[in-house]
Design a protein around this ligand. Structure first.
Ligand SMILES: [Zn+2]
Ligand SMILES: [Zn+2]
Ligand SMILES: [Zn+2]
Ligand SMILES: [Zn+2]
Length: 789
């Protein structure tokens, strides 16, 4: 059964393997870097499979590749194929749960939707399922395999709801179909769990009694057998059954290098053959441990030293250094401060957790305990993460009671791993949108995977936010870092809204790409430019928590036949606008999708904005806006009668479109903006008096919105290019209703759309704790910034 696990290596999940035929194409062509990179990763995968195959004397890497290819193209589900075995035609192949080679071939044919599965492949697969536990007497064991094992293996490669999978596994193991798992069936389950644990490198000797205890606990009513209800309840609340059965591989497969091709500006030696890789030549370096090899040596490389969690009780709590040879980039020993010379050989050691670099001879003097180095405040060392089955009984009981209090409406499957962080640290959960900021997103992802525990670093496009948030749910004093644009931040905040956390960790932002207004306001800058990430994490330690308002936006369209765009968001984090500003944004958006090459730098973006802002068509779309809409603030109509408006903007934060401030800065005393507003009498629910508005300071956590009128497209262009500082202040209030009577351009947080006549209601939703960067050293860092805390 160990054959299945090859599909769940983290390196493989980054890219899919090439078609089977290429596995013979080595040595690789150097001309095609990308292909070469994929194949290097593929090599690492088949290397592990080869090791497993060797242990059993069975499947070759080529067989695995072939099988994967078949699986990719097939639409069959295991459960459907199993149903076929219930009817007469197929039932003849079954002897109890056992199935002979002929039947197995039939299973493969149907499941893979291939008429002629190569004989050697079916035979090799068949042999790999050999066990002796499903045998009835008088059947010779080399002639049959267990159908439930086979199904388990394939269904693991399919998706599906956790509830379904739990029910499915129950039926798999209820071999006599009597609706309960009796003691012999439970024994088989424990056997399967032990195999999975073995594969995951957990300490099996301590697990067997735990598994037995666990299965007893699952039997809530103490009847001596497990019913389906008991099974599903346990799998959904306390016991990570799907993980233990190998059906839910949320556990990344430790021991796999994550190869990346790399050129070196200094002499580097291969960790395997110890020969030079050659200046300027390309080798493969593991992104997690910096183990570096020639391409041709990758296949024979030792397993990756980065183990992301404790696999035995003795490894919980105390972290030891994990030394890997070479990789001493600083060239100086952290122990004796002398140079680490690299005279034609692999020299020195570096620890993959604290990143100390030392002489081989200094190893004794350093001691074994690792404190995780300069970034220890952020790191979850492997000693702080462990399989939840290893949690003490007390801990397990505790989690049982805390689970009961959470929302029962969405079944949340019990976590495989548990976190018990080092005291006085602030474990960081990093979300990276690898598509943000061009190639920068991916680079940031890789760098964080190296400097933190890879388990703390979530690839949003691969895994989404929920899994990570749930993993960190009970970690005290944690922080979140979102790497991406404002849109990515909004995505994470929404996920936090949904998941119902006991305590919401404060959120910091590493802005990728351009025009990130929220990040700017929080002093994280408008866009990351390749700065040292370790330095940014040190700054994070000095950040302070601010509570940023978030607003619900409800659009109620009037009965109309007209086609309308979907409203992009229901929540405003930054700003909302109607009219000229939105119209510019809308055209800008469309042009950028059409001609991305024209929008590749900040300066050009600004110039384009200016051009749109002054173009004739826009000028006319939103003319006399005050005649097309009415605005109510906190129930009172806003008087727009003496205005000539082409746009109205509603602001939550003091930055728009990459740093423009429509409200404008004011001369004001230094200090806490909330206190200033109180002193100036500007905390009322509704303010429309122009004299008081003049003194109002914008504060993203005052549960108030600022309303600004825009006189025209030219004025907008001027504000964007900083020729003019602000629009016309209309009001500050806590609730807004807008009625429109014609189709108008609108936008939320920079996302534009065209809206038919409607009523728009904006109300306060909640506040989210966000981290604000330390104050800038130079005073004119962000001139527009107006809400320091
Ligand atoms: Zn590695
Ligand atoms: Zn080598
Ligand atoms: Zn260390
Ligand atoms: Zn030394």
């Amino acid at each position: 059964m160990c054959v299945h696990t090859h599909t769940h290596t983290h390196s493989q999940s980054e890219v899919s393997p090439p078609p089977p035929s290429t596995s013979k194409a080595y040595p690789l062509k150097r001309t095609n870097r990308k292909k070469y990179y994929y194949e290097a990763i593929f090599l690492a995968i088949i290397q592990k499979n080869r090791k497993m195959a060797k242990e059993r004397g069975l499947l070759s890497p080529e067989d695995f590749a072939q099988l994967q290819k078949y699986m990719e193209y097939s639409n069959q589900k295991v459960s459907d194929v199993l149903k076929l075995f219930e009817n007469e035609k197929m039932a003849k192949y079954l002897q109890g749960d056992a199935i002979g080679y002929e039947g197995f071939e039939q299973f493969l044919k149907i499941y893979l939707e291939v008429d002629n599965v190569p004989h050697h492949l079916s035979l090799a697969l068949f042999h790999s399922f050999h066990t002796d536990h499903c045998l009835k007497e008088n059947v010779r064991k080399e002639n049959v395999v267990c159908l439930s094992d086979v199904s388990c293996y394939f269904s693991l490669l399919e998706g599906g709801r956790p509830e379904d999978k739990l029910e499915f596994t129950f039926k798999l193991y209820d071999t006599d179909g009597n609706g309960i798992l009796d003691s012999s069936e439970v024994e088989r389950i424990i056997l399967q769990m032990t195999r999975v644990a073995e594969y995951l490198d957990w300490d099996v000797s301590e697990l067997r009694p735990i598994f037995q205890e666990m299965m007893k606990e699952i039997d809530y009513d103490g009847s001596g057998s497990v019913s389906l209800a008991e099974w599903v309840r346990a799998g959904a609340t306390t016991v990570p059954l799907l993980v233990l059965l190998g059906l839910e591989m949320t556990l990344k497969d430790d021991g796999q290098h994550m190869w990346r091709p790399k050129r070196f500006p200094r002499p580097v030696y291969c960790n395997l053959c110890e020969l030079s890789i050659g200046l300027g030549k390309q080798g493969l370096s593991c992104n997690l441990c910096k183990y570096t090899v020639h391409d041709q040596c990758a296949m024979k490389a030792l397993p990756c030293e980065v183990s992301t969690y404790a696999k035995s009780r003795k490894d919980i709590g105390v972290q030891s250094h994990v030394w890997v040879r070479g990789g001493c980039e600083s060239g100086r020993c952290d122990r004796c401060q002398k140079k680490i010379r690299t005279y034609h050989s692999l020299t020195g050691l570096h620890c993959v957790w604290c990143h100390l670099e030392i002489h081989d001879d200094c190893l004794q003097a350093v001691g074994s305990e690792c404190d995780c180095g300069l970034l220890r405040d952020h790191i979850l060392p492997p000693s702080s993460i462990y399989p939840s089955v290893l949690a003490s009984e007390q801990e397990r009981k505790h989690s049982k009671t805390s689970q009961k209090t959470t929302d029962d409406s969405n079944l949340c499957i019990s976590e495989a791993l548990r976190i018990n962080p080092v005291s006085n640290t602030h474990p960081l959960l990093v979300f990276v949108n690898p598509k943000s900021g061009g190639k920068q997103g991916l680079r940031v992802l890789w760098k964080f995977q190296y400097i933190l525990n890879p388990r703390q670093v979530i690839n949003l496009l691969k895994d989404g936010p929920e899994q990570g948030l749930r993993f960190f749910k009970d970690v005290p004093d944690s922080r979140i870092l979102v790497c991406g644009g404002d849109g990515t931040v909004g995505w994470i905040l929404e996920a936090i809204d949904k998941i119902n956390l006991p305590v919401v960790p404060p959120v910091a932002v590493l802005p990728l790409g351009t025009g990130n207004d929220l990040a700017r306001c929080l002093r994280w800058g408008g866009g990351y430019e390749g700065e040292n990430l370790a330095k940014i994490l040190r700054e994070l330690e000095m950040s302070t928590v601010v509570y940023i308002d978030r607003w619900s936006l409800e659009v109620i369209p009037q009965q109309t036949e007209e086609k309308t765009d979907p409203v992009p968001f229901q929540i405003i984090n930054n700003y909302f606008s109607i009219g000229v500003d939105a119209s510019i944004a809308h055209r800008f958006h469309i042009m950028r999708e059409k001609y991305p090459e024209k929008f590749n730098s900040r300066m050009k973006n600004k110039l384009w904005y200016f051009e749109f802002a002054t173009s004739e068509s826009i000028f006319s779309t939103c003319k006399k806006l005050e005649e097309s809409l009415t605005v109510e603030i906190c129930g009172k109509p806003l008087d727009l009668s003496n205005m000539s408006l082409e746009g109205i903007a509603v602001l939550n934060i003091p930055s728009m479109h990459g740093g423009s401030n429509l409200w404008g800065d004011i001369k004001r005393p230094h200090g806490d903006s909330c206190e200033i507003n109180q002193a100036l009498g500007t905390t009322a629910k509704v303010i429309t008096d122009p004299d008081i508005l003049k003194t109002c300071v914008q504060d993203p956590s005052d549960k108030r919105l600022e309303v600004v009128g825009l006189e025209g497209a030219i004025e907008m262009g001027q504000i964007y290019t900083k020729l003019k500082s602000a629009g016309h202040r209309l009001a500050k209030c806590s609730e807004i209703t807008i009625h429109t009577i014609k189709t108008l351009p609108m936008q939320i947080d920079g996302e534009p759309w065209i809206q038919t006549p409607c009523t728009i209601k904006i109300t306060h939703k909640n506040q989210m704790p966000m981290l604000m960067g330390p104050p800038p050293r130079s005073s004119n860092f962000f001139g527009f910034f107006s809400c320091p805390t």
